[in-house]
Design a protein around this ligand. Sequence first.
Ligand code: ADP
Ligand code: GLC
Length: 477
Amino acid sequence: MKKILFVTSEAHPLIKTGGLADVCGSLPKALAELSQDIKLIIPNYQALKTSENVRFMCAIRVDNRNINILETRMPDSHVIVWLVDYPAYYNYPGNPYVDEQGDSWPNNAERFGLFCRIAVEAAMDRINQDWKPDVVHCNDWQSGLVPALLSLENDRPSTLFTIHNMAYQGLFPATAAAKLNIPGQLWHPAGLEFHDMLSFIKGGLVYADYITTVSPTYAHEIQTAEFGYGLEGLLDHRKEFLGGIINGIDLDQWDAENDTLIAQTYSVSTLDKKELNKAALQVKFALPVNDQVPILGLIGRLVEQKGIDLILECLPEMMEMDMQFVLLGSGDKDFEKQLKKLALLYPDKIAITIGYDEALAHLIEAGADIFLMPSRFEPCGLNQMYSQRYGTIPIVRKTGGLADTVTDTLPETLANQTASGVVFSEASSSALLEAIKRTLILYSMPDYWKKMQINAMKKDFSWQRSAEQYLSLYENI
Ligand code: ADP
Ligand code: GLC
């Protein structure tokens, strides 16, 4: 049995802004089910919600500040959670990274710098809990200073750093390094310095004993200039210690057969009932209720990564086809504005909800026929896996985890029963439009469509296999 300290800035259902929370909520649970002794450490944000009891565990003094550590557990699991409680940094409305207006917290370097310091204290058992982990598993830039600071300690635990998204690196002006008292041994271009800036992510990439990312394809992609954002050289240099482990999905939450947030549960053997969710979705979005017209759905952060610009370019032409389009998301204000404008032009065909709504996300997965995910890059992506589980055929671009989890529909993949979606390559609106047309042809052939749905629903996206891969990695490092 390994003792694992899991360091993350979000974990569902405590706090979530995206897929990082889904993974950091469900992977620790899967590891606990494999009998591992795992504790999760996370800042105690104002927006953090738990149904479990929270108790004071200890107080420590770091950087001349008094910090409390509270203890709770993940709802419906045995995973212990340590909350880093420092109200001056975390007790504000808004999400972990931005305020209510969507602007980054001006003191993010200090906020996550302190979080990393506390995680190091916990990792070295200087919080006197008589519990010292064998492995510290860090996730994304917010935890990047942990492997760096631990590298200076004697008798330290091993460190694993998982990259969920290279596009977010935690870059701050060099003055932040002084403010955070970054030790001189770490402050150089082969360390935390990146073009005269302090880079949190480099703390993970340079100093962790091993690096993973969330799909094998993305592990290769980030070693190239297109996806490496200037860090491809470093990643290539560390490639012996870099691998990809595909994310799983939490079947307690995302399974059409026992989802409490949808209008009607269904399975491979009761696939006809999916239609009731389609009708509920059309009612919810005030679209004409019609079971013949295909619904294309999209849920996600409205940012360039997700190929929203490609969809905006395609929408006028899509509106000439027989279809309905529903979207739930928030992000770039300009994308939001353009989408809302189009929805006003085509009220019978386009329905847009700007915002964040967990229940509606489930209904879209269950009620749509087709799910759009034309990402420019996608480290793993979860929605395409949820979609397949719900018999909702994904259209994806061949990149990162999308390439690893969706099998294109071709005569041979239909024959060998692996066809589960539609995959296109070029990041262009014409390639996306072509893929949509191809999907609509398949939709018009119910026998083929049903086969694709069944192949998709039968795919194994459970955490078990991936959690076992993490476990053997913990053993090897
Ligand atoms: P990313 O982490 O890059 O945003 P993923 O596909 O890995 O993308 O995960 C996104 C997660 O966030 C999914 O669980 C998705 O359902 C959820 N999500 C994204 N936007 C919204 C929204 N507006 N409302 C509800 N859930 C959302
Ligand atoms: C990131 C990526 C997404 C991935 C998620 C969880 O947010 O953008 O592709 O699925 O992390 O690993």
